[in-house]
Write a protein that binds this ligand. Structure first.
Ligand SMILES: CC(C)(COP(=O)(O)OP(=O)(O)OC[C@H]1O[C@@H](n2cnc3c(N)ncnc32)[C@H](O)[C@@H]1OP(=O)(O)O)[C@@H](O)C(=O)NCCC(=O)NCCS
Length: 226
């Protein structure tokens, strides 16, 4: 079956709508953590314990922008292609803008980010598309939607967008290569958690008792400046 696909930026200002959308987001995210467990640093065990209130709070976090890919039946009129209708099939999260002091990974071996007055800095994470809709350019649409938002929000400054991926995830590497992202050093799991606003996933000792897991520099950093 063919579908109409559309990318939406989740609005967070209407509490009634947000409460409904948070339910849809939770279902999509838990399905992603089940189907593609190896791709994410979070787990189904962690997120299936979130309450409805916690899901709402996650979407409302400051500097967190959630993009959703929605599939509509081909007969759906344009005015009916709204975020609360159709099937939610994919998502991507854009974090930022972040100040250089927080964003810069001094040990990564990547280039130094620009000054905050000249450049806005962003991190992308949690890109996902449902298996039955893969290979149709949906992930590209999601990332382009986030890049456009970041570019517009930078208000004339240049834009730096970064992603951290598992080095073995060749599909994602190819996806970002094709969108003009270039290799920009390596990160640790602890840096990935902090950069992805997942600080609460770091153990209380910041992972110092398990440096091999949290502080070995194995993650691949890619970024795109425009
Ligand atoms: C990675 C993922 C988001 C791609 O979604 P998608 O909608 O199928 O991707 P697209 O159709 O937009 O493909 C974009 C590019 O990705 C690459 N790609 C996608 N699927 C691929 C595959 N099976 N093999 C190799 N490259 C692939 C290609 O470069 C493709 O561009 P092209 O079609 O011009 O060659 C999806 O496979 C997924 O959700 N995987 C599990 C979760 C995951 O790994 N997330 C990343 C966490 S960092």
């Amino acid at each position: 079956m063919s579908y109409i696909y559309k990318i939406h930026h989740v609005p967070t200002s209407d509490p009634v709508l947000l409460s409904f959308l948070a339910g849809k987001f939770a279902a999509l995210r838990l399905s992603a953590l089940t189907i593609s467990a190896a791709a994410f640093s979070s787990t189904f065990a962690i997120e299936s314990a979130f309450t409805a209130t916690a899901w709402i709070a996650r979407l409302k976090r400051q500097h967190v922008h959630t993009f959703i890919a929605v599939a509509y039946a081909p007969s759906t009129n344009p005015e009916e292609q709204t975020i609360d209708a159709g099937d939610w099939i994919g998502s991507a999260t854009l974090l930022g803008p972040s100040p250089k002091a927080k964003y810069h990974l001094t040990e990564s071996g990547g280039p130094e980010p620009g000054d905050d007055l000249a450049e806005s800095k962003w991190q992308m994470t949690a890109v996902y598309n449902s298996p039955e809709h893969r290979g149709k350019g949906i992930a590209k649409m999601l990332i382009k939607g986030a890049l456009e938002f970041a570019g517009a929000a930078g208000e004339g400054r240049s834009t730096r967008v970064r992603i951290m991926i598992h080095p073995d995830n060749v599909v994602v590497k190819k996806l970002y290569d094709g969108l003009g992202f270039v290799d920009a050093g390596n990160c640790t799991l602890a840096e990935a958690y902090l950069s992805n606003f997942d600080d609460d996933m770091l153990p209380a000792d910041q992972g110092r008792s398990n440096p091999e897991k949290y502080w070995s520099r194995q993650g691949l950093v890619m970024e795109r400046s425009s």
